[in-house]
Design a protein around this ligand. Structure first.
Ligand SMILES: Cc1cc2nc3c(=O)[nH]c(=O)nc-3n(C[C@H](O)[C@H](O)[C@H](O)COP(=O)(O)OP(=O)(O)OC[C@H]3O[C@@H](n4cnc5c(N)ncnc54)[C@H](O)[C@@H]3O)c2cc1C
Ligand SMILES: *[C@@H]1O[C@H](CO)[C@@H](O)[C@H](O)[C@H]1NC(C)=O
Ligand SMILES: *[C@@H]1O[C@H](CO)[C@@H](O)[C@H](O)[C@H]1NC(C)=O
Ligand SMILES: *[C@@H]1O[C@H](CO)[C@@H](O)[C@H](O)[C@H]1NC(C)=O
Ligand SMILES: *[C@@H]1O[C@H](CO)[C@@H](O)[C@H](O)[C@H]1NC(C)=O
Ligand SMILES: *[C@@H]1O[C@H](CO)[C@@H](O)[C@H](O)[C@H]1NC(C)=O
Ligand SMILES: *[C@@H]1O[C@H](CO)[C@@H](O)[C@H](O)[C@H]1NC(C)=O
Ligand SMILES: *[C@@H]1O[C@H](CO)[C@@H](O)[C@H](O)[C@H]1NC(C)=O
Ligand SMILES: *[C@@H]1O[C@H](CO)[C@@H](O)[C@H](O)[C@H]1NC(C)=O
Length: 538
């Protein structure tokens, strides 16, 4: 442009304007045949038009924003979908798939919108969203200890519905009540009962999906491979999951929770070091999460390292105090540190809602949202006390609101074979680390600064965590691990992050993907790639 003489510029201006406006509309206008196709393919008794939102509809921005759970992707420059389908009936999903596939459109599937990288509602290319929030029926069957849950439901809704039918049943899923069933279960979600009962995907009995041909399939009809893949391999690479049949687990009428903190001056590094010796070996009913961060020291005016131990136990507080008194006396847990409460109330405690708040707070769909970045790692060998002190030292240097959350493994997690589901991180893992940073200020520079802090800490952690591959948890989506350009990149780009998330199970996921969706319709930045058509790959 800089080389153009003014006469040339004058000459080109009309053309340039035309071209610019075309570009702008290309990212927002609805592909010509899409809406007619949707109308034509929808069921007469379930009209689809009330579920179609284009930028022309005045409520389009609020529908889009309702399930944005990371403010990094709520900016004016974030690419917007050209359309949102808020499916009201399974036939709307079928129409969306059939029409989008024929017109070669990029579809994003969103349930609870908690994807850390916004993969369910952001894309590099023009796209539309299939939004599942209206499909959130929950049918609990206590007699058979199961429930059918539609993927648009939140975990809080699932817990509330179980607890209101039985005081002695629960489900081993995540502790944040607004997380969606669709992403959480299909990505291998976990919660604080994992050492006793394994992951969500270890407690799934059946599912209903809509496949790439628009067919509604149950477990039997989809076959063992596809049923295996949608239990941890990420639904969005394979199908739209409409519902899961989950297996409820037994919980006592009272469980016990606690949260105790120790600073470095209060022996935090010794206690955290001991935690690594015991946390994966304790009674399976005990789950103690360790959070490392840095806090202001009111006494010295400086900063100090802090260890927070958040505990959950499937039993009463006397027994917990006795178990820990024997196996982990360094923590010094007292009965007065503990709260004995129902399982459903323990969820509130774990998500920082005061105990005693009415259970129906679990039905709220409007969490506080901020800007965030997450990463993950796996710990195979205990980190020495010196090592922990160095990590706290590095966190002090980095001087940001960083948190490292260690979730203990062992127990049931170590008994389930690593090939039973796509989730591969079983025996041999002491803990998983989540790197977390939240902030509240808009702007790319600010975001790059905070994201940079997590990357620096991640680099510093290299000697302490798994290697070859450096493993990661798929539900802690991290695009730093590589992207494959909305599924259009190479198989090898997909392999880079795929092996970190799935280890040896990646190959089976690729084979299943290649068979059930050879055209790669179900794709996103970190989807499972199809095998390249090359003799080498047979
Ligand atoms: C506050 C918070 C707390 C969390 N706590 C935990 C925790 O305790 N344990 C844990 O394991 N994880 C936790 N996570 C991570 C969470 O499990 C994942 O982000 C999960 O994928 C979110 O599911 P969703 O439906 O809300 O997300 P979405 O953003 O809607 O979807 C996530 C991914 O799944 C795909 N997907 C969604 N619905 C479907 C469907 N119906 N069919 C096919 N594909 C679908 C999307 O396309 C996207 O790729 C937490 C996340 C947040 C933000
Ligand atoms: C949104 O507008 C389109 C036409 O632009 C219309 O077909 C659709 O029904 C509207 N959606 C809603 C929910 O009103
Ligand atoms: C949106 O509105 C514009 C003008 O108001 C119209 O040209 C366009 O066809 C509408 N798009 C849809 C999808 O209804
Ligand atoms: C997202 O952005 C819109 C438009 O700037 C704003 O109105 C809305 O409050 C934002 N959402 C949140 C949760 O802050
Ligand atoms: C329990 O399962 C059986 C067999 O699937 C079924 O016949 C029965 O109706 C179920 N019980 C309830 C309460 O739905
Ligand atoms: C549950 O705990 C409460 C409070 O500690 C106690 O009053 C109640 O008796 C306990 N119930 C059972 C069944 O143990
Ligand atoms: C710190 O912990 C170690 C071992 O875990 C213990 O020997 C020591 O007495 C503790 N010190 C204090 C001040 O609690
Ligand atoms: C800690 O102290 C610094 C100034 O030394 C201040 O900016 C920061 O807000 C404090 N953090 C907390 C959590 O109080
Ligand atoms: C939780 O336990 C603490 C310490 O025993 C006690 O003071 C507090 O009242 C308990 N809270 C509830 C809601 O039971």
């Amino acid at each position: 442009m800089a080389n153009f003489k003014s006469s040339n510029l004058l000459f080109f201006t009309p053309f340039l304007l035309f071209w610019l406006s075309w570009l702008a509309s290309a990212s927002t206008s609805v592909p010509h045949d899409f809406i007619p196709c949707l109308l034509e393919n929808s069921h007469p008794s379930h009209p689809i038009s009330p579920a179609i939102f284009t930028p022309n509809n005045s409520s389009f921005p609020s529908v889009l924003q309702s399930y944005i759970r990371n403010l990094r992707f709520n900016t004016s420059s974030t690419r917007k979908p050209f359309l949102i389908i808020t499916a009201l009936h399974e036939s709307h999903i079928q129409a969306a798939i059939v029409c989008a596939r024929n017109l070669n459109l990029q579809m994003k599937i969103r349930s609870g919108g908690h994807d850390y990288e916004g993969v369910s509602y952001v894309a590099e290319v023009p796209f539309f969203i299939l939004d599942m929030f209206n499909l959130r029926k929950i049918e609990v069957d206590i007699e058979n200890e199961t429930a059918w849950v539609q993927t648009g439901a939140t975990l809080g809704e699932v817990y509330y519905n179980i607890a209101h039918k039985s005081k002695v049943h629960g489900y081993p899923a995540g502790v944040c009540p607004t997380v969606g069933v669709g992403g959480h279960i299909s990505g291998g979600g976990y919660g604080n009962m994992m050492r006793k009962y394994g992951l969500t995907v270890d407690n799934v009995d059946d599912a209903l999906i809509i496949d790439v041909n628009g067919r509604l399939l149950d477990r039997k009809a989809m076959g063992d491979d596809l049923f295996w893949a949608i239990r941890g391999g990420g639904g969005a690479s394979f199908a739209v999951v409409l519902s899961y049949k989950i297996k409820l687990v037994r919980v006592p009428e009272n469980v016990t929770v606690f949260s105790v903190q120790r600073t470095l001056e209060q022996n935090a590094s010794c206690i955290a070091s001991r935690w690594q010796q015991v946390a994966d070996k304790l009674d399976n009913g005990v789950f103690i999460r360790l959070v490392m961060d840095v806090k202001n020291d009111t006494k010295t005016g400086g900063k100090t390292g802090r260890a927070t131990f958040n505990g959950f136990f499937l039993g009463d507080s006397d027994r917990l105090v006795s178990i820990l008194g024997k196996s982990f006396p360094e923590l010094g847990l007292k009965k007065s540190d503990c709260n004995q409460t129902s399982w459903v109330q323990s969820i509130l405690f774990w998500t920082n809602i005061p105990l005693g708040t009415n259970d129906d707070v679990l039905l709220s769909r409007t969490p506080t949202v901020n800007y965030l970045k997450r990463k993950s790692d796996y710990v195979k060998k205990p980190i020495s006390k010196k090592g922990l002190e160095r990590i706290w030292g590095r966190m002090k240097e980095l001087d940001g609101p960083l948190m490292l959350t260690f979730n203990p493994y062992g127990g049931r997690m170590a008994e389930i074979p690593s090939t039973a589901t796509p989730f591969p991180h079983r025996a041999g893992n002491l803990a998983k680390i989540q790197y977390a940073i939240n902030w509240n200020e808009a702007g790319d520079d600010v975001a790059n600064y905070y994201i940079g802090l997590t990357r620096k800490l991640y680099a510093y952690m290299t000697p302490f965590v798994s290697k070859n591959p450096r493993e990661a948890f798929f539900n802690y989506k991290d695009l730093d691990l590589g992207i494959n350009h909305n599924g259009k990149g190479s198989y090898f780009e997909g392999r880079a992050y795929g092996v970190k998330y799935f280890k040896g199970n990646f190959n089976r996921l690729v084979k299943i993907k290649t068979r059930v969706d050879p055209g790669n319709f179900f794709r996103n930045e970190q989807s499972i790639p199809v095998l390249p058509r090359h003799p080498r790959f047979g």
